[in-house]
Design a protein around this ligand. Structure first.
Ligand code: TYD
Ligand code: MG
Length: 463
């Protein structure tokens, strides 16, 4: 008799272990091993184990067609997916609970349906009545979207396979789905993997785009969807925080388009509104006259985005001064401070330093170094930066300011929003050409930037 095998699976990283342990050996997370029954039903049904079939190998050279897509009808969503949902692909949309994933998807479902597409929305979390209520609030009550409140994957697949396959199938959320084929509770790695696999198989076979919703908690508790990331064609993250109304949809993996692309939405009382010009939103209520604020001309994927970086530098009463960063990497702040200290002679070790990216935006680009440095120096000198200037450039440990990519796109965006000059790496002047949209005031070292801000202050005082 075959012994019923069970194994312990780390709910954080998916590592399998034959025995229980308090700490996962693979990723080091404590208390993440959960007993799940093993077994091989993950292989395609109907295939005898061990017997392989000869597959016909194809040459690399050959014609490839553009993947056919179903546009969602929402510009910001289409920008992130690379032009619409690719038929037969699987997309994972992750995000914290309550961020607005269901709202986004019901709006996208209604938009696809309004262009004649067939959309099935399966919710494992809400009853039909709740979904209808939300749709009414969004004024989408009469959209031709088919709904189901169901969690058993066999029933869902039987339903969508019974007629012509839908163009888009939305599963909200993958954590609530379960299959008979494996014997573990919904939400465990084994269940998520098995249900996602059957849905992805259905997508490939039928040409339906399958969209999976996955909750990711901040502390990574229910990290099940991480396991799915490897299996799907595209992974989008929906981010934002409770204190701000706007939400950012970010593509972190896309087999059919660019990653790092973002779509910006604003959560309103009537659902998500697309924000086609996010720079205007982020700079909305800027107080240009106060010291410590620098406008950074950034890039998110192929999209230029202007955001304000705010710094506060104040003498500290504490033995160990405070360093607090919101929206930027604290390691990069330490690095910029070290360079200001070593190469520009600014002694900041006795100062509390706070750095904030306005509007709740999160910046990962090294090109923000120069703007951060400008904000810090401006706050220290109690001297506002020129209100018509944007900043970008990467600072190296030697204190040099290095050229960054996409200078012309950054300059064009700055011009569009009424800025008149850019303080930028000298190395970027060539790329910007003879007639840049706005003139570059080149800096080649951080010391040069500090001198410029100091002399600006002198000019202003003398006036
Ligand atoms: P929801 O889409 O249910 O989040 P998720 O599926 O990611 O868990 O959105 C929940 C939040 O959005 C909820 O706190 C209320 C807010 N919301 C609005 O502010 N306006 C709206 O029109 C809707 C539908 C929701
Ligand atoms: Mg939801």
């Amino acid at each position: 008799m075959a012994r019923r095998s069970s194994q312990y699976i780390c709910q954080a990283c998916g590592a399998v272990s034959p025995k229980w342990a308090g700490r996962c050996e693979a990723c080091g997370t404590w208390n993440s091993l959960v007993e799940e029954s093993g077994g091989g039903p993950l292989a395609a049904p109907g295939l005898k184990p061990g017997k392989g079939r000869v597959v016909e190998l194809q040459p690399l050279a050959g014609t490839a067609e553009d993947a056919p897509r179903t546009p969602s009808g929402m510009g910001e969503l289409d920008r992130v997916t690379g032009g619409g949902f690719v038929r037969g692909s699987a997309i994972l949309i992750g995000g914290d609970p309550g961020i607005g994933k269901s709202t986004l998807l019901i709006q996208a479902a209604a938009a696809v349906a309004s262009t004649g597409g067939k959309v099935v929305y399966v919710s494992g979390e809400e009853a039909i009545g709740q979904i209808r209520l939300r749709a009414e609030r969004l004024a989408l009550g009469d959209a031709a979207v088919s709904l189901a409140a169901e969690t058993r994957i066999e029933d869902i697949l039987a339903t969508v396979s019974s007629g012509p396959p839908p163009d888009v199938l939305i599963i909200d959320s993958i954590q609530t789905m379960w299959t008979d084929a494996v014997d573990s509770t919904p939400g465990t790695v084994t269940q998520i993997r098995a249900t996602a696999q059957s849905l992805i198989r259905f997508a490939k076979k039928s040409g339906t785009t399958v969209i999976l919703v996955g909750h990711v908690t901040k502390d990574g508790q229910i990290a099940g969807p991480r396991v799915v990331e490897h299996m799907v064609d595209a992974v989008l993250y929906f981010e934002g925080d409770g204190a701000h109304r706007f939400r950012i949809l970010r593509s972190v993996k896309n087999r059919f388009g660019a990653t790092d692309e973002i779509g910006v939405f604003e959560m309103s009382g009537r659902g998500l509104i697309e924000v086609p010009n996010p720079s205007a939103l982020f700079l909305g209520d800027r107080d240009a006259a106060s010291p410590g604020a620098a406008v950074f001309a950034g890039m998110e994927g192929t999209r230029p985005l202007l955001v304000e970086m705010q710094a506060l530098v104040a003498p500290s009463p504490l033995g160990t001064p405070r360093r607090a960063v919101v929206g930027w990497d604290s390691n990069r702040l330490s690095m910029v401070l070290a360079v200001l200290d070593a190469h520009c002679g600014l002694k900041l070790s006795g100062h509390d330093i706070y750095l904030n990216v306005a509007g709740g935006m999160r910046i990962i680009e090294p090109a923000a170094d120069l703007a951060a440095a400008a904000a810090l120096v401006s706050s220290l000198a109690q001297n506002p930066l020129p209100s018509d200037a944007v900043f970008f450039g990467e600072v190296s440990l030697s204190g040099a300011v290095r050229a960054v990519a996409h200078a012309s796109a950054r300059l064009r965006e700055a011009q569009k929003l009424g800025f008149a000059r850019a303080v930028a790496p000298a190395g970027n002047t060539a790329e910007a050409g003879d007639a840049p949209p706005i003139p570059i005031e080149p800096v080649d070292s951080l010391a040069g930037l500090v001198a410029r801000i100091a002399s600006d202050a002198r000019v202003r005082r003398d006036e």
